[in-house]
Design a protein around this ligand. Structure first.
Ligand SMILES: [Ca+2]
Length: 350
């Protein structure tokens, strides 16, 4: 097992890892605006096409169309590792489809889950609604499930009527080589309870290239929430954060008692610029994905994804450090993904 993070409360931790999934190349199933009663607007709802196309791989991009364990028909989708012959995935992986939520939308899915993980702070099976940028609008469920067969889950999406959302079904993995975490997904249904003239849905756009994997998780809102809570005193202690944004300033490197450090600032949606403190000595020792030897390896205007330890001493003294593969007094690895100005072509350093 990957150790639980820092002994923090699970409810807090789970929220620490939102995600940003690049769904720009998803095949978009443009659902009808007005539905006949009971019409399922999900395309290929039982994965019986036997291939991706209407459904897309999202997150890590390792989901497969499976034929060993369907709930009905011949096929289903499988996300995650079913045993420890392969390491558990690290981060989010799932299947996605973009839909427009009908009036009084009711979502149903059948899932068959198994895991050796016992804390949703490190791994889970989950379902989410994502916006067009791949950010989580809401997490429909998150659990460490061992269902021993298919179970049905149902969600009321009526508050999202008329919105275009991406359905995500999958897992968040810890990366542990001695654990497993999977979900089989089948028979997805999203129906409305009112409507007028049904409009035929156009056929799905084929995906000509694989959906790019998300560079890394990103939950700027969680950071801003934690910043506010730390400032008010309702939260204390270091926090694991996943932030992303544009680099607004890069400072020269500096040697402190703990080694050589590089400093840069990343803009949050609020306009706040959070300082990122990278230990260049530690990152130079990473077994893979070492940054270039010379600082700076990031420049103003580039888009970055950062995982690290958020320390808040005061309003004027705060930042995210521990952006490295090492663990020690801080139990979590971190990283910096340096991307182009559009957030693509990312290089991982840690
Ligand atoms: Ca099926």
């Amino acid at each position: 097992m990957t150790p639980a993070v820092g002994g923090h409360a699970m409810t807090v931790l789970h929220n620490h890892r939102g995600m940003h999934v690049n769904i720009s190349k998803l095949a978009v199933h443009r659902a009808v605006r007005a539905m006949a009663v009971g019409t399922n607007i999900v395309a290929d709802p039982g994965f019986e096409s036997g291939a991706f196309g209407t459904w897309s791989q999202c997150g890590n991009g390792n989901a497969v169309i499976d034929s060993t364990t369907p709930h009905s028909g011949t096929y289903d989708a499988l996300v995650g590792n079913i045993d420890t012959t392969t390491p558990e995935e690290s981060g989010l992986d799932g299947v996605c489809q973009t839909v427009t939520v009908p009036t009084s939308g009711q979502l149903s899915v059948w899932v068959n889950e198994g895991t050796s993980e016992t804390s949703t702070s490190t791994a889970d099976q989950e379902a989410d609604l994502l916006d067009a940028n791949g950010n989580v609008i809401t997490t429909l469920y998150s659990e460490n499930g061992n269902t021993n067969g298919y179970v049905q889950k149902a969600f009321d999406l009526s508050s999202y009527a008329g919105q275009s959302v991406t359905l995500f079904f999958g897992i968040y993995g810890s990366g542990s080589s001695s654990d497993y975490n999977f979900v089989y997904v089948d028979d997805v249904s999203l129906t409305g309870s009112s409507g007028s003239t049904p409009t035929p849905a156009p056929s799905a756009t084929p995906v000509s290239t694989p959906t790019p994997a998300a560079a890394a998780p990103c939950n700027d809102q969680q950071f801003l929430n934690d910043q506010s809570a730390l400032a008010s005193g309702s939260l204390s202690g270091d926090q694991l954060e996943d932030v992303c944004g544009q680099v607004t300033q890069v400072l020269p490197s500096k040697t402190t008692r703990s080694g050589l450090h590089g400093y840069f600032y990343v803009q949050m949606p609020s306009g706040y610029n959070i300082e990122i403190v990278s230990n260049l000595d530690a990152m130079a020792q990473a077994p893979t994905n070492q940054p270039p030897a010379n600082w700076p390896w990031v420049s103003v205007g580039q888009y970055v994804y950062v995982q690290g330890r958020y320390y808040y001493d005061s309003n004027g003294t705060q930042g995210i450090d521990w952006t490295e593969d090492d663990t020690g007094s801080w139990p979590n690895v971190g990283w910096v993904y340096v991307c182009d100005t559009s957030g693509n072509n990312c290089q991982k350093y840690w």
